[in-house]
Design a protein around this ligand. Sequence first.
Ligand code: GRF
Length: 211
Amino acid sequence: MSKANLGVLSSGRGSNLQAIMDAIKAGKLNAKIVVVVSDKKESQALERAKQGGITSVHLSPKDYSTRELYDSAVVKILQEYAVDLVVLAGYMRIITSALITPYRNRVMNIHPSLLPSFPGLHSQRQALEHGVKITGVTVHFVDEQVDHGPIIVQAAVPVLDTDTEETLSARILEQEHHIYPLAIQWFAEGRLKIMGRRVIVEGVETVRGGG
Ligand code: GRF
């Protein structure tokens, strides 16, 4: 089977990008990162890409008058590199239909909560402030609404009484690094079937409790 070509969009630290790079290296993910694009020139993500010998591109939003024009420029790059799957990994921009339409059901995002709880920014802080006992992480396909598209996989993370935003974020991040490469591998294997809001992972047994 040929490898899935990934285009990763990241604005900052790039630890999820690194986890994906590491999973590929370890032979756990049958994919190739063909390009990393960042809206931030100084992002660690671009640095990680360079270190890993991956083409990295900085595209400044200042050079585009609208979000749509910016996204069209991103699409041009993704198409140039024959990207199959667009991976949002800490990408701090809201993406428009200029990017979603040409890559319909081929854009993934990772979000540090159990969606639909706590969408938007500072999800870990939102979870603490709300007092939930369990939060977690969600990998989903991207649609036109923020943190909204069909859910591929989630992992639960308990909230401890002693947690601060930092300690909770760190435990969630550990799960992020585990499930993002997994979801991408399922995509690469052609196992993800979208049925309305539901994503069926073919070949994974549903775990049934009770009975
Ligand atoms: C992660 O918590 C991710 O869930 C959220 O942004 C953060 C990015 O972290 N979307 P990193 O840049 O991958 O380290």
